[in-house]
Design a protein around this ligand. Structure first.
Ligand SMILES: Cc1cc2nc3c(=O)[nH]c(=O)nc-3n(C[C@H](O)[C@H](O)[C@H](O)COP(=O)(O)OP(=O)(O)OC[C@H]3O[C@@H](n4cnc5c(N)ncnc54)[C@H](O)[C@@H]3O)c2cc1C
Length: 404
């Protein structure tokens, strides 16, 4: 009789645990994608976002925060039902990616059979469409509120306490609250990282000449210059350079215009500024992505902030969500938390590899060491002589070899 009562209590406890939602903190591109992905697999989700995107006007000036979204992640966004609206509102396809040293020839990568390598999308558009989709999903509750802390009770059950003071008991917690993640700190997850002592300067321009659907990057001695096409006559020009120099030259439009013209006018002709801004660059990786004590982990920039020179930041976050989705597909409800913890451990290894690779590229291209410079020239020469290798890299850049 006593045993039966125990078993019933245990069963009721398990049912109660399963009824608790997942809490996702941060409704940015990664958090909102994670919310929809979990909900599509039948889990109830509370998405906490204090500053949701409210409007997007496709005739407004372009936003400075732009991401190159690759093919594997486009497939994921398509499955969640948001990609068509992205393309209908404002996105620029790019078919070619080109890199070169300042004096060298272009090394070009293209998709196979005319496939695009990806699309340039404004972060705020993608965020807005994902958040709208979350609001309409019957299993997602979007709460306009912030994360404050985690509380545990005497049975070690966990709850998120929001900035407004509400308590939300959860079965699992995912922090997608960006590089300065408060969830990561509350979970006690340490990070390793370093500053590049560089800033990324972004300048949106309108050009006189038409631009091809091509994104490019030039490795100059101490700087990297890049162009992201936004439309036939709009682009985002990027300079990665010394922290102080960027601050001095971008103090106002009068000082910035000649600085940008010497770097870009001979590639794209005359242009007018539409907006500019800069931010410091840092490489940061979480040391362990999951806390067993608090049943929670981190994804997206909360787990890994990488050098943006290869446009991988949000794509890595989307791949965290893909990893979670595949782990959940084949597990029972009661194993979901363990499955997500396992998926994030696997992602951690892949993200670490990518972060270190980008770190080596960022530092290697700045190096004045003659041996590294010779290796760099050798690499460019080798690539320019190997069309098959370029095609393969083009497929990786477009996320096609990474599709699950
Ligand atoms: C110049 C530049 C160019 C880039 N280009 C590319 C590119 O081409 N391709 C690419 O893949 N990536 C690119 N990236 C990186 C990309 O923008 C980031 O990786 C991406 O925005 C990370 O998304 P996220 O959802 O993890 O975090 P975020 O976008 O930082 O979103 C975090 C969300 O959490 C919310 N939040 C914060 N604190 C709290 C809290 N306490 N409670 C609740 N919510 C909270 C915020 O309001 C926000 O909505 C670029 C980055 C930069 C800076």
């Amino acid at each position: 009789m006593h045993n039966r009562k125990n078993r019933i209590q245990q069963w009721m406890h398990q049912v109660a645990e399963r009824m608790k939602p997942w809490v996702i903190v941060g409704g940015g591109m990664v958090g909102a994608t994670a919310a929809l992905t979990l909900a599509d697999q039948g889990y109830s989700v509370v998405l906490l976002e204090p500053k949701p995107e409210t409007e997007f006007d496709p005739t407004s000036a372009y936003d400075l925060r732009i991401s190159a979204i690759t093919a594997d992640n486009i497939a994921q966004l398509n499955a969640l039902g948001v990609w068509e609206s992205v393309v209908n509102q404002r996105a620029q396809r790019f078919d070619e990616l080109a890199v070169r040293e300042q004096q060298g020839p272009w090394v070009e990568f293209a998709g196979r059979g005319g496939e695009p390598l990806g699309f340039m999308v404004e972060n705020k558009l993608l965020q807005r469409l994902l958040q709208e989709r979350c609001k309409k999903h019957p299993l997602v509750h979007v709460k306009i509120d912030g994360f404050a802390r985690i509380d545990t009770n005497e049975t070690d059950a966990c709850a998120v306490v929001t900035s407004a003071g509400d308590e939300i008991p959860y079965s699992g917690l995912l922090g997608a609250d960006g590089a300065q993640s408060s969830v990561r700190k509350a979970l006690g997850l340490g990070t390793a990282g370093s500053s590049y002592r560089e800033r990324c300067l972004l300048v949106n321009v309108e050009t006189e000449k038409a631009l091809p659907p091509r994104t490019w990057q030039i490795f100059a001695d101490q700087e990297v210059h890049a162009l992201l096409p936004l439309s036939t006559h709009h682009a985002c020009l990027i300079v990665y350079a010394n922290h102080d120099q960027v601050l001095v030259h971008s103090a106002n439009e009068q000082t910035l215009m000649p600085w940008m013209q010497t770097r870009f006018a001979h590639h794209i002709g005359n242009f007018k500024f539409q907006g500019f801004g800069s931010f410091p660059l840092r490489h940061q990786q979480v040391l362990t992505p999951w806390s067993h004590r608090f049943q929670g982990g981190v994804i997206g920039d909360a787990a890994h902030a990488v050098h943006p020179l290869a446009g991988q930041g949000v794509n890595l976050g989307f791949r965290d969500v893909q990893g979670i989705a595949s782990a959940l597909k084949h597990c029972r409800d009661e194993d979901a938390v363990a499955a997500v913890a396992g998926a994030l451990a696997t992602r951690q290894r892949e993200n670490m590899l990518m972060g270190c690779g980008l770190d080596a590229i960022a530092k290697g291209f700045r190096s004045q060491n003659p041996l590294i410079q010779a290796a760099r020239r050798g690499l460019f020469h080798g690539l320019s002589m190997q069309p098959q290798l370029r095609a393969w890299i083009g497929r990786i850049a477009g996320g096609r070899l990474l599709s699950r």
